[in-house]
Write a protein that binds this ligand. Sequence first.
Ligand code: 13P
Ligand code: ZN
Length: 271
Amino acid sequence: MASILDAPFMVELIRTTTNMYDHGWDERNGGNVSLMVDEADLADYLDVENVQRRIPTGFDAPTLDGRYFLVTGTGKYFKNVQYDPAGNLGIIRVTDRGRTAELLWGYADGGTFTSELPAHLMSHAVRLSQNPAHRVVMHCHPANLLAMTFVHDLDERSFTRTLWRMCTECIIVFPEGVNVLPWMLCGTNEIGEATAEKMKTARLVVWGQHGIYGAGADLDETFGLIETAEKAAEIYLKIAHLPILQTITDAELKQAADAFHVVPRAGFLDV
Ligand code: 13P
Ligand code: ZN
């Protein structure tokens, strides 16, 4: 059997968590990533009958039974993932209507999956029901988006419009806009349910005074969504205190959306 460390999905996740750390999005153990892996892609690397531990999840996710996820561990530092994948990551199979995670590989020091597994799995379930190609949920703490949640109102239309106006690309990359949750206690089923509900209408969900969640069909798409929103937030913070002499108008935003064949969230533009 080939080494799991050579599996393309493993190599890509390690590169992505390293890149997230290098972007400053994941201080200490901040952030978590889950990647849904197809059984066929595991077959060369793992005996899926060899369950190492059964770990209760504490919530239901009935539609995910039989699905496999590569998930970052709780308390683990993204800066260390590349040096010790088996200590910082795990591969689980969801069973028992979501109530049990069967550990197939990883969490080698006796650890377990991220404390944010509720938000991850509940979001996977929602996004999968909308897009069969969906695979990734990513959470991190990018400084500019986080800072913006202190000084900008958290109304989703208003927050989205501000981000869209900061770079021409934004409306093309996330035409559905961003959804926003007020501060809530992290690591709970409640914030998981609230995040998944917000994932019904957008792939980006900002957590007030905490960070952001992104969802996508692959690691690049999901990283790119967060990267683009974070760049827009950075520009907002650079200009918010200065006199604004020109902006991108709603008519121009619509023009950009039309040119790139995307449909902006209904009601978010005044055109
Ligand atoms: P974990 O270490 O449990 O993944 O938590 C990090 C985090 O960002 C919580 O929101
Ligand atoms: Zn967090």
